[in-house]
Design a protein around this ligand. Structure first.
Ligand code: AMP
Length: 381
């Protein structure tokens, strides 16, 4: 098995905060980093050695980019499969591969894949035409969540529908080629589990975390989640099964719904490091980003073990200015860590950074993280 050693160049398709944190892990280990993103001076581009400014579907640019790298990965699942395939055809190391992307880019193929592994998902129907919509309303009923099969994130391209009028409205508004009608899951909690799988097939499974969302955007994560030992074990088994089933090399995350009674359903798979795994930078022996790097490079994975209970809260823009203030107050608690992504514009609800706090238990960590966040504010420069 070929190993990519420090000094080599890692290519990251996508230049957002996930790429930035991966690049920071790579730089620490002595790698060079090249990123590709349409926005110049992207969060990842700011810490990478160089950035190629190109669209995610520009095959020519992707090939020129890959030519300059020893191994390529992605930090964003909505990049074009064709670009990833084109890179694979050059025999360049491309991890995870296009097969993983193809399954996970489409909510229908993803759910079908998960079900084939014998893992539960919410019930769903494919919706392309108005007739499909009528059939889904009849067979699965209300309430439901109508989502575009592709391209959605942070709640974009999805709507909770409670009656026929709302369903019709969302169907016409999305105007997507393919949609999915999901039965609304009255979940007790939302959980997620991050896992890395190395080129040798070995896995590093992080503890299951509990997540809360605000307007469909992740707001807080506590780690470990307060679940029964059985639920924690079931989540780890699901992650292992999906890792093997996908044959993924890299870090990925499985978002789960926990039903009353502890049963787990898979909501979605993200084939990359995940917002709910950011706490691993400060709280685990080896972070989700370092393990992504190690997997891509064919190196042995690091331990996912937690060194302390932790909580992460996202810091969103407020649309009131682009200058963050209050860091000196937020950091007055020595167990608080501040991560800011370098985005120039703090528009309302944009993910600008996060706070991780360590604590004696997850609740104490969450209280500390929230208290630190309250001390931060956005003002005009
Ligand atoms: P997704 O983009 O699929 O991760 O959905 C974003 C959020 O919407 C989830 O984290 C849930 O809070 C909610 N959601 C999505 N699908 C469902 C569902 N079938 N039932 C209930 N809530 C859902």
């Amino acid at each position: 098995m070929k190993t990519i050693l420090p000094g080599a160049t890692i290519g990251i398709l996508g230049g957002g905060q996930l790429g930035r944190m991966l690049a920071l892990a790579a730089k620490r280990m002595g790698y060079k980093v090249l990123t590709l993103d349409p926005a110049p001076d992207s969060p990842c581009g700011q810490v990478a050695d160089d950035q190629v400014v190109a669209q995610y579907n520009d095959i020519k640019a992707a090939l020129e980019f890959a030519e300059r790298c020893d191994a390529v990965t992605y930090e964003f699942e909505n990049i074009s499969v064709q670009c990833v395939e084109a890179i694979e055809h050059t025999k360049k190391i491309m991890r995870p591969g296009s097969d993983v992307l193809r399954v996970t880019q489409d909510r229908l193929s993803e759910k079908q894949f998960v079900r084939r592994l014998g893992i539960g998902t919410t019930e769903f129907e494919r919706v392309v035409t108005g007739t499909d919509l009528e059939a889904a309303m009849k067979s699965l009923g209300f309430p439901a969540v109508l989502k575009t099969a592709r391209g959605g994130y942070d709640g974009k391209g999805q709507a909770v529908v409670r009656d026929r009028a709302q369903a019709m409205d969302a169907f016409h508004k999305f105007d997507a080629k393919t949609m999915i009608w999901e039965r609304f899951v009255p979940f007790a909690r939302e959980l997620s589990i991050v896992c890395a799988r190395g080129a040798d097939g070995k896995t590093a499974v992080y503890p299951v975390t509990e997540n809360s969302h605000e307007q469909n955007i992740l707001d807080t994560t506590i780690a470990p989640a307060k679940v029964s030992p059985k639920t924690a074990k079931d989540a780890a088994k699901i992650a292992e099964k999906i890792a093997k089933g996908l044959g993924i090399v890299g870090t990925f995350c499985v978002e789960l719904f926990e039903l009353k009674g502890g049963k787990l359903l898979v909501n979605e798979i993200a084939p990359r490091p995940h917002n709910s795994g950011h706490y691993t930078i400060d709280a685990c022996a080896c972070s989700q980003f370092e393990n992504q790097l190690r997997a891509v490079c064919g190196l042995p994975l690091g331990s996912p073990e937690m060194r302390s209970p932790a909580a992460m809260v996202n810091v969103l823009g407020e649309g009131k200015g682009d200058q963050l203030t209050g860091a000196e107050k937020a950091l007055s608690d020595e167990n608080v860590h501040l991560h800011i992504y370098g985005k120039p514009e703090a528009s309302a609800r944009r993910k600008m950074g996060h706070v991780t706090a360590l604590g004696a238990n997850p609740e104490a960590a969450l209280a500390a993280a929230k208290s630190a966040r309250k001390k931060l504010a956005w003002t005009k420069k």
